[in-house]
Design a protein around this ligand. Sequence first.
Ligand code: NAD
Length: 480
Amino acid sequence: MQMEKEKIMQYGLLVGGKWIKTEQKMTVTDKYSEQATAYISIAARTEVDEAVELAYAEQSQPFHVADRYEILMRTVELLRERKAVLADVITSETGKPLRDAEAEVERATQTMLFSAEEAKRISGEGVPIEAAVGAHNKMAFSIRVPVGVIAAITPFNLPLNLVCHKIGPAIAAGNSVILKPSEVAPISALKLAELLLEAGLPVNRLHVLTGDGATIGQALIDNKRVAMFSFTGGLKVGAWLRQHAGMRKVVLELGNNSGNIVHHDCDVDRTAKILAARSFANAGQVCISVQRIYVQEEISKLLLERLKFYTEQLVVGNPREEKTDIGPMISRKEAIRIEQWVNEAVQDGAVIVAGGKRDGAFYTPTIVTGATPSASICREEIFGPVVVVETYNGVDEAIAKVNDSDYGLQAGVFTNQLQTAMKAAYEIRAGAVIINDTSSFRVDHMPYGGIKQSGLGGKEGPRYAIQEMTDERLIVLDRF
Ligand code: NAD
């Protein structure tokens, strides 16, 4: 059914506390109905420069820690109050089931709460410089100061919580933020900005620029008042930002093709159940989603059978229905890409054990075996509801297979042997190794971030992000 024109909301850019509607617009769709739900404004270089100038000037205004804390705590309250509305927006703009959207709002609330709490703990340290020969008359300590204007660029898959992971710590640390949310799922970020203003955030501390990533990205790179880029998204854009940011700080939180080891001594049924639940959530569009499963030969038949059983219980459908586990992918184009990658693997000898069917933007939860390690579904980040299962004999082989990746964000290991767990913990090259849960475990205050092509420049999680979003300044005193 065609949605009536007047029901389509129009959103402006947020610059200097005002919502500015531009003539050029982009359409945002409901990912289930594929109908237009909103028009967003498109920022040009002029609006980018205006926002950066205001954000930069604001840095000379006082912004006391107690005020930052109060504003973030009020935002926490508002997020709790508006949970239902925000979850509804997230479901519409991403297609994820309503209960997952509610869980995202709860996580976003926690992220803001942790940010508020960390605001009170920002401090430098005493430095015993008098220990150096000739420095006995001096004392020193360090303080942590805001870096200044931070460009925060975010992806579509957790459109509220990942924005909170940037704005929360940035505000806690006393910075000003230029936010560029995903153009396909920008509405929850715009709603969050409304809440922050309602909570009393000084208007020039946050500007939100929607529109084309390349145009806004180029304007931000060209504007030397931007002190730092905090980016979550794909490798291509991340690498471009790194290349062009020059001497400025860049934090990149990128993708993964997460490896998970299932050792013979684990509880196979429990493991299969957890793997099925975590591999396909959000239609696999999670940077730490389970992608490669390595199972020890002797339990492989049983694991595959249980995994298939639990996977086939998952309900694919309308994200607003309570029974739904998996909604559509972000677009038909993405579902077609997944279909092509799976088909290519099958042409090269892989076998589909479950799923493997596309209907519009839907792709059924899919298990593939026998794929060659060079297949795109193994080597690239699939970012869709597909897992590849392969067997191994010894633990060294399993670890080598997990490490045979350009990425290194998180990995999972299921085992009841301490020795195997310890070996994996030390030898898997990733930002985190999760024992007896999958690679996709995350709570919002843990240090989160990858190595290799999964990330660079620092971890997220409010305490760790604040480290990156502040500079350490040393103060030396001489008693002459
Ligand atoms: P994307 O890289 O296509 O887009 C991310 C953001 O960058 C969007 O806001 C986009 O408009 C913007 N952008 C595009 N071109 C730009 C440019 N030239 N300069 C500046 N900004 C530009 O990613 P996506 O498709 O939205 O998200 C999927 C990716 O995000 C996956 O690779 C996933 O693994 C990754 N991701 C990583 C994490 C993490 O924390 N490590 C979390 C979630 C998603």
